[in-house]
Design a protein around this ligand. Sequence first.
Ligand code: ADP
Ligand code: MG
Length: 254
Amino acid sequence: MITIRLNNTEVLLQIENVRKAYDDVPVLNGIDLTVHRGEVVVILGPSGCGKSTLLRCLNGLEPIQGGDIMLDGKSLTGSGVDWQQTRQKIGMVFQNYDLFPHMTVIENILLGPTKVQKRDKKEALEQAVKLLDRVGLLEKKDALPRQLSGGQKQRIAIVRALCMNPEIMLFDEVTAALDPEMVREVLEVILGLAKQGMTMLIVTHEMGFAQAVADRIVFLDAGNVCEIAEPGEFFTHPKTERAQQFLNIFQYNK
Ligand code: ADP
Ligand code: MG
């Protein structure tokens, strides 16, 4: 998306031949994907193709049956992985903001930095305040989640993940449950992160946003990487028939 990225060839995340099945039903059939530091990769694909499962495998929420995942050169497979440590490097935001309802916004945000990372409260608070300001929600610092709109809650969920200083952010359809007028405010926050060079893996059905934010598009179909292309290329000349069909449906629904 911005030129400094193009010069950056440091591999942050390496996904190699990852296979995943639920019981005996294969869901990921040998996924290969490399994400460089500072890169924004958008994962597209029809419902049920394995997008969420792939993200969940990356932060250890799902065991895999084959292949390897390396973050910063360290394997995340096998029994010796310190997931508490590793998850701090991988920020994840889901479709349904999972803020604790009985805690204020700032308490939600500071929980990880102070309890898990054991950071200095004052230092973490300073960072939280800066991040809240950046997403335009500083005035909601002491509000409870139920006093916020869906778009606001989702921006808080993003701040909470960022306040752990992750190396990579995973977004799984974070605007899918929002009213249309709130979609934009959340996508703008993510676009801002892209501009600042955050490494991100984003699952979305917002095609305009995908095109604007992505360095590369990965099109998944039935548990396989079907196509990887730059967004300009993917949206104008998809190479595979499956990708063409997928894009036609979105054009038709516009
Ligand atoms: P996507 O996010 O692309 O819509 P998912 O990764 O959620 O797809 O699901 C991929 C496939 O795995 C689907 O067929 C889904 O039904 C199946 N699946 C997902 N989670 C589970 C689970 N916990 N148990 C069994 N099957 C699952
Ligand atoms: Mg999903």
